[in-house]
Each structure stands twice: as structure tokens, then as C-alpha cells.
Design a protein around this ligand. Structure first.
Ligand SMILES: Nc1ncnc2c1ncn2[C@@H]1O[C@H](COP(=O)(O)OP(=O)(O)OP(=O)(O)O)[C@@H](O)[C@H]1O
Ligand SMILES: O=P(O)(O)OC[C@@]1(O)O[C@H](CO)[C@@H](O)[C@@H]1O
Length: 309
């Protein structure tokens, strides 16, 4: 079974405003609410490509109930721990450009922390766990490291989609996949990553530090996949970007879901990019038919001759 962990879920409140103006009353052209948080997005996309998962994490209050009901409506299995404060609402303002205001989210007690660890301890060899997003406020910042160690020792594939020290610290536990975007990759090495060659160079360093597979996404500029002995690059399909929220999560779901079905790394890389782009081109997360339509536009090639560094 695949488990997704969202420590700090959200209702994503998508607000569309024509020519947003600060210091003035703006009226929405359209607004929608979706369950959000990176792990939840991964579970929703997995579901759309017919791959089962169980969504774990913390939910509370009326906002938590909205998410629970929405996921139930999509027939997604959940096993959330209830917290007393309301789950946060994240505002995604779409106008000439996109602005996000993400809430702080409920604090997690030490008892609730123990409860989620206990649930994760029940996972077995052959399971997959996807740790996505930032650790909730006042939870131990080494949560992902603790879980990666526990799961890695049991033969559970661990996928981590986070940034900064939380990401660096899991590498020694050999995660199956990490997926920094090029900005996050640059931050890790205190540099800037602009080109495919730079993404390959620094992605390879993350493999040397322990990651089994690294996908570096570069928004509309392509992506790089690094493995223990090969580096691949791929283009992204062309289209009209209407929503970047959840594109990275869709990429993770596309990769993991396809790998579970086929065991084929390059096919999974292609579907991961098609899933990310299908979400970028849709108002909500991607649908299976959109992914299938885009996948034929993606060409993967191996970077031969090595990367200097
Ligand atoms: N302009 C674009 N054109 C086509 N596809 C895109 C574009 N921007 C993003 N994508 C798709 O979304 C994937 C993830 O995008 P990005 O590199 O921005 O990751 P991210 O920062 O994790 O995403 P998110 O916006 O979810 O935080 C890309 O690999 C690509 O498939
Ligand atoms: O505040 P975090 O946890 O860093 O990010 C949360 C979030 O922006 O990430 C998802 C998109 O990836 C959204 O559904 C959600 O609102």
C-alpha cells in the first residue's frame, strides 16, 4: 500500500480576481475550495490514475471535516488523527500573477505526534510512504528523518518532497525518490541552478549523498532524473499554464503511481512530467486522460559523457 503523509493539510481557497489591486476592494470573478496539502494532492492524483493510497496526517475543525468529506467523495482512503484546532485555509490568489498566503496551521501535541509515529510503525516491507510538505508547527523538525530511518530499515520505499535541512537530513537513509525543484536544489548547495547541466550536476550530488532517485523539476524548462549510474533529461509539454498549485505533487504521484504499475523508470519519469504539466494546464489537479494526452509529447534522453563536478 502507498501511504501519503500530510502533517499540515489545508483547504486551498482559490480566488480569481481580474487585475487585483492592493488597498482597494476587489471582487472575485470565481472562487473554489479544494482539499490541499502536498500529500493529499498526491493521494488525489494517485486515485485519478487508479492507484490506491491511504492519506495520513492531522485534521481538525470544520475545515478538517470539509477535507475528510471531499476525500471520501472521491473514494480516497484516509486515516487522519483529529486535532482540536481548525485545519488551515491557504489562499491562492490568481490575477495577472499568482500570489499564495499559506496559513500557520494547528499545533500538534506530543500525544498526537506519538500517534502518527505509531501509525507509521504499522507499515510493512513493500509499502511506500510519501512524506510531502513542511513539518507542522511545533512538531520535532527531525520528523522526516525519524520516519525515513524507521521505514528505510524495514524495506519500505520512502519518498520525500520537502526542502532545506529536512531534505538533506533524510538522504543518509536512502530515500527511493526526492524531488527538489531547481530553486530548492540551488538553496541546498548555496548556489543558483538555471540550466539542465547544473541540475544534473547537483542532482548527482544528492544521489552521492544517498538518494536512490532524484528528479529535479524546472517548471517549464524541463526536468532531470538522476539515478546511481545514469542521468536523464526530458522536455515538458507545451500548453497554457493556468494553475501551478499541486504541479509538483502531481509529478510525484505520476512517478510513484506509474512505477508501482510498471516498474519502468523512464516510463515513470515521462508520466511524472505529463502529470505535473497536466495539473499546470488545469484548474484543479490533473485527470488521467490529460496525462495520457500529454505523455506522447515528452522525450527522454540520457545525458552521456558525464557531468563535470
Ligand atoms: N510552464 C510550464 N509548462 C509546462 N509544464 C509545467 C510548467 N510549470 C510547471 N510544469 C509542470 O509541473 C512540474 C513541476 O513544476 P515545478 O518545477 O514548478 O515544481 P514545484 O515547484 O514543485 O511545483 P509546485 O508549483 O507544485 O510547487 C514540472 O516538471 C512540469 O511537469
Ligand atoms: O505550506 P506548505 O505545506 O509548504 O504547502 C502547502 C501547499 O501550498 O502545498 C500544496 C501544493 O503543493 C497546496 O495544496 C498547499 O496549499
Amino acid at each position: 500500500m502507498i501511504y501519503t503523509v500530510t502533517l499540515n493539510p489545508s483547504i486551498d481557497y482559490i480566488v480569481e480576481v481580474d487585475q487585483f489591486k492592493v488597498n482597494q476592494l476587489n471582487r472575485t470573478k470565481r472562487d473554489t475550495k479544494f482539499p490541499g496539502g502536498k500529500g493529499i494532492n498526491v493521494s488525489r492524483v494517485l486515485n485519478r490514475i487508479n492507484v490506491d493510497s491511504i492519506a495520513l496526517g492531522f485534521l481538525g475543525g470544520f475545515t478538517g471535516s470539509f477535507i475528510q468529506d471531499f476525500l471520501k467523495g472521491e473514494q480516497i482512503q484516509t486515516d487522519f488523527i483529529e486535532v482540536s484546532e481548525d485545519t488551515r485555509i491557504n489562499v491562492k490568489l490568481k490575477s495577472d500573477s499568482e500570489t499564495e498566503i499559506n496559513g500557520l496551521g494547528p499545533s500538534i501535541s506530543s500525544l498526537q505526534y506519538e500517534q502518527i509515529l505509531e501509525k507509521i510503525k504499522q507499515l510493512k516491507s513493500g509499502d511506500t510512504i510519501i512524506l510531502a510538505g513542511n513539518v507542522a508547527p511545533n512538531m520535532p523538525s527531525d520528523f522526516y528523518e525519524t520516519v525515513s530511518k524507521e521505514c528505510g530499515n524495514k524495506g519500505i520505499d520512502v519518498i520525500v518532497d520537502t526542502s532545506g535541512p529536512s531534505l538533506l537530513n533524510v538522504l543518509k537513509h536512502k530515500p527511493f525518490l526526492i524531488k527538489p525543484n531547481h530553486h530548492e536544489l540551488g538553496e541546498i548547495f548555496e548556489t543558483e541552478v538555471h540550466t539542465i547541466e547544473e541540475a544534473a550536476l547537483y542532482g548527482k550530488k544528492l544521489v552521492a549523498l544517498g538518494a536512490k532517485h532524484v528528479i529535479v523539476s524546472m517548471a517549464g524548462d524541463g526536468a532531470v532524473l538522476c539515478t546511481s549510474d545514469k542521468i536523464y533529461t526530458a522536455n515538458v509539454p507545451k500548453g497554457n499554464v493556468v494553475n501551478s498549485v499541486g504541479a509538483g505533487d502531481s509529478l510525484v504521484a505520476g512517478f510513484v503511481g506509474t512505477y508501482k504499475k510498471t516498474g519502468n523508470l523512464l516510463e515513470s519519469f515521462k508520466f511524472s512530467i505529463a502529470s505535473g504539466s497536466a495539473t499546470a494546464f488545469s484548474a484543479d489537479l490533473c485527470q488521467k486522460a490529460d496525462i495520457e494526452r500529454l505523455v506522447s509529447q515528452i522525450e527522454v534522453s540520457e545525458i552521456t559523457g558525464g557531468v563535470k563536478g
